[in-house]
Design a protein around this ligand. Structure first.
Ligand SMILES: [Fe+2]
Length: 326
């Protein structure tokens, strides 16, 4: 049975260094700028079909403004709005956002801002960006190592079960993989609405803070590009936090880095594995067990540093990259 949510549309981030942030996504990750409005810049990868997938807005601190999801149909949108209202987490309708039609805004139990819509604008390339490939919405750019499309978001939460239940019961996500730690406490959840293992992940915030952003991931489709972008990042002093390496959870080839505004960005090599089984049983990692702890995080390719579990945006005082030791 299909989910009432079809896909991740876009992620809106705050940056205290908006010009540098936009230059990072434009010049190094090859993203196109599709619109500018007020203090915001809208960008898309060359195989993103909609008007934009990333919005950068100037603000005093880095962090998440909002995540936008697309419903599977107008009826599915109405069903999910009813469920969100019943959960008491709705904030009402808006039609003010560039490239997006009427959308329903809400928050997760932890306070991450989200919205759900059906109507939105597709990207129509101007002549200079038009690809000869009829199934590619714009030409492959010549800048940096261009990402192909948005893939997923990862959110830090104070309480994984509470927020995971909201994602599955209220938003109609499927729980694909899960990490259970000491004392049977759920510390991570990987959730999807499609054959992808995840469009959203929830991880316990080791600082105990609520509602923080961990990362947005863009997809390459080929692990070689992770080596290429790591080489470029190293030349230009972009801080790489982990990888190129392979996760056990999701089996994805990855690289984590920080854009100049301080938000973490993941680059995804391949997709990992795909799920077509309608009777999929959630994969459970017992991370109180040392083998599962190690292999779920990194299948091969080094280790994830302490910052991966403590650094998020906005930054919690005392848990910046410098204080953590990065
Ligand atoms: Fe990720």
């Amino acid at each position: 049975m299909n989910s009432d949510i079809a896909q991740l549309v876009s992620v809106a981030l705050y940056s205290p260094k908006p010009d540098e942030s936009v230059a990072f996504f434009h010049s190094l990750l090859g993203m196109e700028i599709s619109h500018r409005e007020g203090q915001s810049v809208y960008l898309r990868a060359y195989e993103d079909f909609y008007q934009y997938t990333l919005k950068i807005t100037e603000a005093a601190e880095p962090g998440l403004e909002e995540i936008t999801w697309r419903a599977s149909s107008p009826e599915a949108l109405e069903r999910r709005v009813k469920a969100i209202e019943a959960a008491g987490l709705g904030s009402g309708w808006t039609d003010q956002d560039y490239g997006h039609g009427r959308a329903y805004q809400f928050g997760t139990p932890d306070g991450h801002r989200m919205k759900l819509l059906w109507e939105l604008d597709y990207f129509h390339a101007p002549p200079e960006l038009k690809s000869k490939l009829r199934n590619r919405p714009s030409k492959r750019p010549l800048r940096g190592v261009p990402v192909r499309r948005i893939d997923h978001v990862n959110l830090m939460v104070s309480d994984v079960p509470q927020n995971r239940r909201f994602m599955t019961e209220t938003l109609d996500f499927r729980l694909r993989e899960q990490k259970i730690g000491d004392g049977g406490v759920e510390v991570g959840a990987w959730l999807s609405v499609s054959a992808l293992v995840h469009e959203a992940a929830l991880m316990r915030d080791a600082t105990g803070a609520r509602g923080r952003f961990h990362h947005v991931a863009y997809w390459y489709g080929a692990p070689q590009h992770l080596l290429d972008i790591a080489d470029i990042f190293s030349e230009r002093d972009v801080l790489i936090e982990g990888g190129p390496a392979k996760h056990g959870t999701t089996q994805a080839y990855f690289l984590y880095c920080f854009e100049p505004g301080g938000n973490r960005v993941e680059l995804f090599g391949d997709t990992g594995y795909l799920i077509f089984d309608p009777e999929w049983q959630t994969v459970v990692w017992d991370v109180a067990n040392e083998v599962d702890l190690e292999k779920s995080s990194i299948w091969f390719g080094g280790q994830l540093p302490r910052s991966f579990y403590r650094y998020g945006t906005p930054v919690v005082p005392g848990h910046g990259l410098v204080e953590i030791g990065r």
